[in-house]
Design a binder for this molecule. Structure first.
Ligand SMILES: [Zn+2]
Length: 245
């Protein structure tokens, strides 16, 4: 290639990379826990993105002694002190992990994911992850080891950055409540279908949505079948896309 052609190619590539219209390909990593002999075990992960607390779910977890990993944001922590107190009163049940400071997707180029504006730069991804961890530190909880970004989609470069900060990234294998937008029946069906090794994602911050009732029904069905629940810290989680290794 002639020098000037090379030059224009380089400009074209850099323009393409910088243009918000050319969204980076994102990945939605999966996560499984190691299978175990017996009737099987699953990990329940619940996101607290913002908003309030679904006390239907929180009470059911406490009453039925179902352990869960709760991914909290800085925004949610600020407005849900009573729920945090209940979780902290049951350290044998609840593990609190990092869902970011402001609930912006961990994508380091400017784009929208499900209508939510991405962090948009490497610096903003770092700020999102670190401010989430800092907000958790204020509660007196142990330092988080897992991170899950808003929308659970990432740019591969953001995954590498988050891993460098020392966090494992929490994908999932069962989308329990479709972003808390599914009905009661479908949510219950999806969660009740979990098998040994599955990692379920659902939401604990939408008390007015029908999905929350389905989360409770699905969990009780799993418990009745004899499955046990583990938190991410107590299980060997294996994710793809370089999220855990
Ligand atoms: Zn979220």
């Amino acid at each position: 290639m002639r020098p000037f052609q090379k030059y224009f190619c380089a400009i074209a590539i850099s323009l393409w990379a910088a243009s918000p219209g050319n969204a980076q390909l994102l990945v939605a990593p999966t996560l499984h826990i190691k299978a175990e002999a017996g009737s099987g075990r699953v990990a329940l992960t619940l996101d607290a993105c913002g908003g309030r607390t679904d006390t239907r779910i929180l009470s059911a977890l406490v009453e039925n002694k179902i352990p869960a990993t709760i991914f909290v944001t800085g925004i949610w922590l600020k407005h849900n002190a009573a729920a945090v107190e209940i979780m902290r009163a049951h350290p044998e049940l609840f593990e609190l992990e990092n869902h970011g400071g402001r609930h912006v997707p961990a994508v380091d180029t400017p784009q929208k994911i499900y209508g939510i504006r991405s962090a948009g730069s490497p610096e903003a991804v770092l700020a999102e992850v670190e401010s989430g961890a800092a907000a958790l530190a204020v509660t007196g909880e142990p330092a988080p080891k897992w991170f899950r970004g808003a929308t659970a989609e990432y740019s591969p470069s953001a995954i590498a950055m988050i891993r460098k900060l020392g966090f494992k990234i929490a994908g999932f294998s069962i989308n329990g409540d479709g972003g808390s937008l599914l009905g009661t029946k479908e949510t219950a069906r999806r969660i009740a279908a979990a098998k040994d090794g599955d990692v379920i994602i659902a939401h604990i911050n939408q008390p007015t949505h029908a999905a929350g009732e389905g989360v409770v029904q699905g969990l009780l069905a799993l418990k009745a079948k004899g499955l046990t629940f583990v938190r991410l810290d107590d299980a060997d989680g294996v994710g793809d896309e370089g999220t855990t290794d």
